[in-house]
Design a protein around this ligand. Sequence first.
Ligand SMILES: Cc1ncc(COP(=O)(O)O)c(C=O)c1O
Length: 402
Amino acid sequence: MSVFEGLQYQEPDEFNDIRKKLSEDSNCRKIDVSAGVYRDENGKPYLLKAISQAEDILHDAKRDHDYNFCLGIPEFLNAAATIALGEKLVKEKKVASCQTIGGTGACHLGATLLSSFCNFRKFYIGTPAWPNYFPLIKQAGGEVIKYNYYNSEKKEVDFTSILNALESAPRNSIFILQLCCHNPTGTDLSQEQWDILTSKMKQKEIVPFVDGAYQGLASGDLEKDALPIQNMISKDMEFLFCQSFSKSLGLYGERVGCLHVVTSDAKKAEIVADSLRFIFRSECSSAPAFGALLTSSISKNPNLRAQWKEDLEGISHRLQQVRRDVHYFLTEKYKTPGNWDHVLTQKGLFWFSGLTREQSKTLIDNLHVYLPLNGRVNVAGLNKKNTEEFCTLIDYVVRNVN
Ligand SMILES: Cc1ncc(COP(=O)(O)O)c(C=O)c1O
């Protein structure tokens, strides 16, 4: 009898399976619009110029490889908090920050803090959502309550449904909201909608849990994308912000993230930081240094900051150009049945195309186009060489598959 007798297979990971199929497909014209990663005009992973320059500086500095503090590298924490929340709040010391293993680690740490240490367990999640929230909240001891985030007919945020969920939520519930470039719908709350929601949350004593995995990719401007955060700060709200530098600095594999807990005063921030230290010590002891040092060295160097700004603007402009190209081919050149305006209005990496499961499946199984079955397209996988072909294949499935 084995210790592992009772183990059952867990829910498969769709992206793992797509990745496997993709690697087994030898067709040189295959198109990958699946995972949420940025690709350059040549379809390759993109090394930001700011990162490349920071790597040179770090290499010359000949650093050691000692352990870091449980909460993280102090200069990284300061840089990360300033990027997310602004200088004023950081100076007031109303924030407890802990370096994490990417944005996923920040979400998990935040959920653990609320659920196991503060006894706040009800997590409201608008669907469709980033699929990892569900197991992550469950493992942290939370309970998930779903509501509808997206109106697929109108291709816009289902604001009535969000307000209804908020209305019915008991005090001390938690609302997970994505800051921008919503995964998977590419459809974000407007500033007015944020303002209404945050006022209601404050009034009802509901905790905002904001996931900022794509800060900087919506507008190309880190501060502009973080306006909803400033809205909550202006209302003196307590909230959590889960930060990731995977997308905004292209540091996917380096696992650079940070959890920021904004509290009503400096004394509370101190005790929250102590709890974060305690949790992180038992889970990971301390987070990896390399990507965090790159991030802080960019943040403190005005030239590298300017380069990062340029890099982000370049990414954001390319994504918008791809969206315009897709729109042109589908509407003007191929006159594909349907309305495709949402490819222009949605933001960031994702276009929630509205293709059916069968249409997506046909693209994967027969046409060498790889995407999740919910029809989410990562537009960064498209470029001048493959966009037209991609659109002809979309046109084909729209006309021939239900
Ligand atoms: C909405 C959302 N949140 C969090 C993350 C986690 O990011 P990271 O790769 O930094 O763990 C992702 C990654 O794709 C995401 O899409």
